[in-house]
Design a protein around this ligand. Structure first.
Ligand code: G1P
Length: 303
């Protein structure tokens, strides 16, 4: 199938699937009892940052694929009458309006992924809710600061070409084994026709250094492929294998997005995300910058 501009009318992208069942083992011990998605980016839970990205890109409904101990994520986007009453009684109207606005952000649906069968299986759990519409998959470990957001960038590419789109980022050779890595042809600036995707190849035998990052815009055909997949040797159904079939049998666009990505499922990425978001805040940015300058000067002095 050719990838052409202005393909026939396609349905709008209204839904986003956000898998949140992961255990967060890279961030233990905090993730023993706290869902990693509720860890803060300054004073906002990480999941709220990605949900706001969806809302600002025009998404109307998010589908959380949840697991054991993740109920707090749904609670965060629900009304909390007791808290609201107390804030109201105490005249804390600014806090009240902030808390209420989160509950009004977006319609949420939660689907339980009862067994840890991988990302492909998590996406497949949303099939009945998505029906035959194109949809976003947003991995909340990937926080990406950019204007417009990566979700918005992907929707714009989809509106132009009418095909599934995955976000891509070049990574250093020694990091390829952390990602799905694509091969394909670069046919326009930032745009690739994806041919294959290999999940977490070893450095040295990796087909390229272009990694898939956690924003995907997928047609509902992906479910047909995911449904037919067998688990890999780790017992997981890989989204990557479904995407490879989509690329082969239909078409898949790879889009090199602009923006700064933090992997907040990782200790260092969690810290850099917090520093970066704090620096961007009017109330905190100048103070955090002054602190960092002082620490750098001290470290240089020590050297
Ligand atoms: C998942 C995908 C991988 C992708 C990555 C992006 O891996 O399986 O293809 O490159 O997300 O963050 P995970 O990070 O869940 O191991």
């Amino acid at each position: 199938m050719q990838i052409r501009k202005n393909t026939p009318n396609h349905k709008p992208v209204r839904k986003a699937v956000i898998p949140v069942a992961g255990l967060g083992t890279r961030l233990l011990p905090i993730t023993k009892s706290v869902p990693k998605e509720l860890l803060p980016v300054v004073d906002v839970p990480a999941i709220q940052v990605v949900v706001e990205e969806c809302v600002n890109a025009g998404i109307e409904e998010v589908i959380f694929i949840t697991g054991r101990g993740k109920g707090g994520i749904e609670d965060h986007f629900d009304f909390n009458f007791e808290l609201e009453k107390i804030l109201e009684d105490r005249g804390k109207f600014e806090e009240l309006s902030r808390v209420r606005s989160i509950s009004k952000l977006i319609r949420t649906i939660a689907i339980r992924q009862k067994r840890p069968l991988g990302l492909g299986h998590a996406v497949l759990c949303a099939r009945d809710v998505i029906e035959d519409e194109p949809f976003m998959v947003v991995l909340p470990d990937d926080l990406i600061g950019s204007e417009p957001s990566v979700t918005k960038q992907l929707i714009e590419v989809y509106e132009k070409y009418g095909q599934g789109v995955v976000s891509l980022m070049p990574v250093p050779e020694e990091e390829v084994s952390r990602y799905g890595i694509v091969t394909g042809e670069n046919w326009a600036p930032s745009l690739h026709r994806v041919r294959t995707i290999v999940e977490k190849p070893e450095p040295g035998i990796s087909p390229s250094n272009l990694a898939v990052i956690g924003r995907y815009l997928l047609p509902s055909h992906i479910f047909e492929y995911l449904e037919e997949l067998e688990p890999d040797e780790s017992g997981e159904i890989q989204l990557t294998d479904g995407l490879s079939r989509l690329a082969k049998e239909r078409a898949l666009v790879g889009y090199e997005f602009t923006g700064r990505r933090h992997d907040i499922g990782d200790k260092l990425g969690f810290l850099t995300a917090n520093i970066s978001y704090a620096l961007g805040r009017e109330d905190l940015g100048p103070k955090v910058l002054a602190y960092l300058r002082k620490k750098v000067a001290e470290a240089d002095g020590d050297g």
